[in-house]
Every structure is written in structure tokens, then in C-alpha cells.
Design a protein around this ligand. Structure first.
Ligand SMILES: Nc1ncnc2c1ncn2[C@@H]1O[C@H](COP(=O)(O)OP(=O)(O)OP(=O)(O)O)[C@@H](O)[C@H]1O
Length: 264
């Protein structure tokens, strides 16, 4: 497919679909046959308590893990049968900040651009734009292993966006990012979504999800317990209250009385 064809996703056609997707690790059913449809041109939130299967789901979507069963389509392209076509439509910020951290920020973005088949001049221009927008200018000459957690996240976000994909898959994009930088990243993402891009994000920040997402899916124990617009899912509650309810409520904390008797 040509770049022009790639850009021409029909308005309203899904940016991502999952059908019957499952993944087990030994005896642990991390993701148990989920269906999801993420419409194009919106923020879509994937929520769930610790261990619910969010990272496993995002890793399968980004092609880092192979599902045991089920089908994943990125802008209509089957990830299993056409992985290159599907992956070039996607930019990914993985959960753990594993990257080629012996490279400088500039080298990492150059390397990413080359892997994406971009022209060096375009990579250089976009690197300058992204570094300016994300306040990374001074850091580009330093190796990524010397970055703070927030700076690493920002340079990896820049790497996810450099080839202007149709879908951004972001696992906890704002964790460790300071509020001023987070506001800037959101501004960039808002403009991206307004121009038809799709952001699938996983976050434990309920306020953020409630503020930016049009639709959400709540994953609990590897299954989609609830899916819909934010208003549909939260009903009369806040999204956080609804999340706690779906995750099984607060329960009583018992058996930690020893914590209240201090040792010498
Ligand atoms: N590599 C692995 N090997 C074995 N079990 C795993 C592996 N990765 C994840 N799991 C298990 O799969 C389940 C889902 O984990 P996953 O990391 O997808 O959850 P999550 O929703 O992203 O959690 P969190 O919010 O804590 O990041 C958990 O029970 C976890 O222990």
C-alpha cells in the first residue's frame, strides 16, 4: 500500500479491532478471549486493576507478544498475516522503558526513523520539532541511560510519533512526566487526535482518562467487564468510583494490626 492509501482511512472505520484475543503464561490466563473495537480519531482508554492484563493486551497489539488465539487488525490490516503493514500504522510507547539506551537521544530518534524507512532529512526536521515541543533540546546529545525517567519517557514518546502513525499505543504515558511536560504532551496529542489520529492509552490516572478519553474499556482478570463512552461506563459515579466498583470494591483491610505497634 502507498503512503497516500495508508493515510486514507475512512472516517469512522476502526483504528483497531481485537476479536477473541487470548494469552496465557503457563497456567495464568492473562487475557481471556477479549473483543475490542477502537474507532479512529479519538482517545480510547484501557483501564484495569494491577494484573488485569492491560500490558499483555497492549504488547499483543504492538506485536511484541503473539496471541494464543484471536485476531488483531490495525486500520483493517491483519497483524498476524501482514505484520509490517500493520506495524507501520502504529507508534508504541511500551510499559517498561527498555530501549537502546547507550545511544544519545538524537541517535535513538535517527535510528528509529531509519527503521521506519524515513529519509534522513525528514528525521532531522522532525527530531528538531519533537525535541522543541517536548523540551528535550539540551538532552539530545546525551546518552539515554543518563536521562531521568520522565526524560526517557519523553524521548520514547518522540520515537513513537516520529513516523506520524495513524494509531499511538501508549502504556502509562504520563507516569514520571512532570505536570508542565504532561500538559505539553497532551497538547501535541490533542492536535494529533483532532487531525484524525487515534490514541489508545492505558493509565491508572482516572482523572486524566475521564478528561481526555471518548471511550474506555475496563479489563478485570483478563476480561472486558465494561466498554462504552466514559459517560456510559461511569453512570452517576466518578470514573474512579466506578473503577473501584468494577475492580471488586474496597473491602476491609485486616491483619495489619502489628503495623500500629511500633518497634523500638
Ligand atoms: N512474562 C510473564 N510471565 C508470567 N506471567 C506474566 C507475565 N507477564 C504478565 N504475567 C501475568 O499476567 C497477568 C496480567 O499481567 P499484565 O502485566 O498484563 O497486567 P496489567 O493490567 O498491565 O497490570 P499493571 O497495572 O500492574 O501493570 C498477571 O497475572 C501477571 O502476573
Amino acid at each position: 500500500m502507498t503512503e497516500a492509501e495508508i493515510r486514507e482511512t475512512e472516517p469512522g472505520s476502526p483504528a483497531l479491532t481485537l476479536q477473541g484475543v487470548s494469552k496465557s503464561y503457563g497456567g495464568t490466563h492473562a487475557v481471556a478471549g477479549i473483543d475490542l473495537e477502537v474507532p479512529a480519531g479519538m482517545y480510547y482508554g484501557l483501564l484495569g486493576p494491577n494484573g488485569a492484563g492491560k500490558t499483555t493486551t497492549l504488547s499483543m497489539i504492538s506485536g511484541l507478544l503473539r496471541p494464543d488465539r484471536g485476531e488483531i487488525r490495525v486500520c483493517g490490516v491483519d497483524l498476524r498475516t501482514h505484520p509490517r503493514d500493520a506495524k507501520k500504522r502504529m507508534g508504541v510507547l511500551p510499559d517498561r522503558l527498555r530501549t537502546f539506551d547507550r545511544l544519545t537521544g538524537r541517535q535513538l530518534l535517527y535510528y528509529t526513523g531509519m527503521l521506519r524507512g524515513m529519509k534522513p532529512g525528514v528525521v532531522a526536521d522532525r527530531t528538531a520539532d519533537l525535541a522543541g515541543a517536548l523540551d528535550l533540546g539540551d538532552a539530545l546529545g546525551r546518552v539515554v541511560s543518563d536521562y531521568s525517567a520522565g526524560m526517557t519517557k519523553k524521548v520514547m514518546l518522540a520515537a513513537a510519533m516520529i513516523h506520524s502513525p495513524q494509531l499511538l499505543v501508549l502504556d502509562e504515558p504520563f507516569e514520571a512526566v512532570d505536570p508542565a511536560s504532561a500538559a505539553k504532551v497532551l497538547e501535541i496529542l490533542d492536535a494529533y487526535v483532532a487531525s484524525g489520529g487515534t490514541v489508545l492509552l492505558s493509565s491508572h490516572g482516572m482523572d486524566l482518562i475521564e478528561k481526555v478519553c471518548t471511550r474506555v474499556a475496563v479489563l478485570v482478570a483478563g476480561q472486558v467487564l465494561e466498554e462504552g463512552t466514559v459517560d456510559e461506563v461511569k453512570g452517576d459515579l466518578t470514573l474512579e468510583q466506578r473503577f473501584v466498583e468494577l475492580a471488586g470494591g474496597l473491602g476491609e483491610v485486616e491483619g495489619l494490626e502489628w503495623l500500629h505497634t511500633f518497634s523500638d
